[in-house]
Design a protein around this ligand. Structure first.
Ligand SMILES: Nc1ncnc2c1ncn2[C@@H]1O[C@H](COP(=O)(O)OP(=O)(O)OP(=O)(O)O)[C@@H](O)[C@H]1O
Ligand SMILES: [Mg+2]
Length: 283
């Protein structure tokens, strides 16, 4: 006997996907940027979202995480409908993201950047109002301790009091991960966590991602490097022209003829020209 059961063929309980999405659409004028009929992320996995430039990966992330509004569709986190919820409500439900272009606040210290992620997302204000200043202070102290632990975990503790502006691209990615983990997410969405990262730091970053999964957080990440995808992912979803082309194991998806075509059609040596050509086809 397993702990899960089935209802109408859909798995429930421990076997049910952590995230499911159906019929998600987003248009920009005449351009259909996202048109995803069916998408899911299995609990406890690292799932890679791949696809050529302009495929709609970041837009899909923006919709799922409340940074943009879908024209249609619905999605569920752990069986609860979270369609269209703003980002801070999603964070409260356990769904947190990072950005393709990092968004750390350059003038704030690393510690302040990480602490900021906790404020307002775990109801501190409410706790203060309900239980008074002592409780609020205790929570602040707990938050500070957790922020310091996270900075230490990512090897940034010695820079905790430095402004985030001094960090390298790779260190900023680590800071973003620390910030996201401050909210103790069940699902962490990373948009190109390896982009702009010094190759020497990539392995470190991958180890951190594996550790986050080992700690019980499910991960969905966007990545272009197929070696990275093959090396770390349990599942892969490939998007092109806004739609899902293929879903499966890394091996299945990477030998899918449609996936190969999508990449051959865009991944020319001159990446800019290929992107422009891709945009033209969709216009
Ligand atoms: N705010 C916007 N207004 C108009 N068009 C947009 C907007 N955001 C994205 N697009 C278009 O939607 C399409 C999907 O873009 P998106 O950034 O989601 O792709 P992507 O798969 O993340 O690409 P990349 O790998 O280059 O990051 C592209 O054609 C893009 O130009
Ligand atoms: Mg993108």
């Amino acid at each position: 006997m397993t702990t899960s059961s089935t209802t109408g063929g859909a798995p429930t309980g421990a076997d049910a996907p952590l995230l499911t999405a159906r019929g998600v659409q987003r248009k920009f004028g005449g351009l259909v940027a996202v048109d995803v009929e069916e998408f899911h992320v299995r609990r406890g996995t690292i799932t890679a979202l791949i696809g050529p430039n302009g495929a709609g990966k970041s837009t899909f992330f923006n919709l799922l995480t409340g940074f943009d509004r879908a024209d249609a569709g619905s999605w569920q986190l752990d069986g609860r409908t979270v369609t269209g919820l703003p980002a801070y409500r999603l964070a409260q439900q356990g769904m947190v993201r990072t950005f393709q272009l990092t968004r750390s606040l350059a003038d704030l210290t690393l510690e302040e950047n990480v602490l900021l992620a906790a404020r307002g997302q775990r109801g501190e204000r409410l706790a203060g109002a309900l239980f008074g200043r002592a409780s609020w202070r205790r929570q602040e102290a707990d938050n500070t301790e957790r922020a310091r632990e996270l900075l230490a975990r990512f090897g940034l503790e010695r820079m905790a009091a430095e402004p985030a502006g001094v960090l390298s691209g790779g260190q900023r990615k680590l800071l973003e991960m620390a910030r996201a983990l401050m909210c103790e997410p069940r699902l962490l969405l990373l948009d190109e966590p390896m982009a702009g990262v010094n190759p020497r730091l990539v392995e470190t970053l991958l180890d951190h991602i594996r550790q986050v999964r080992a700690d019980g957080t499910t991960i969905l990440f966007v990545e272009h490097d197929m070696d990275v995808v093959a090396g770390i992912s349990d599942d892969v979803v490939c998007m092109a022209f806004g739609t899902v082309l293929a879903t499966g194991s890394p091996e299945q998806v990477m030998r899918d003829p449609e996936v190969i075509d999508a990449y051959l059609g865009s991944d020319e040596p001159d990446d800019d020209a290929a992107t422009a050509a891709g945009t033209e086809r969709r216009a």
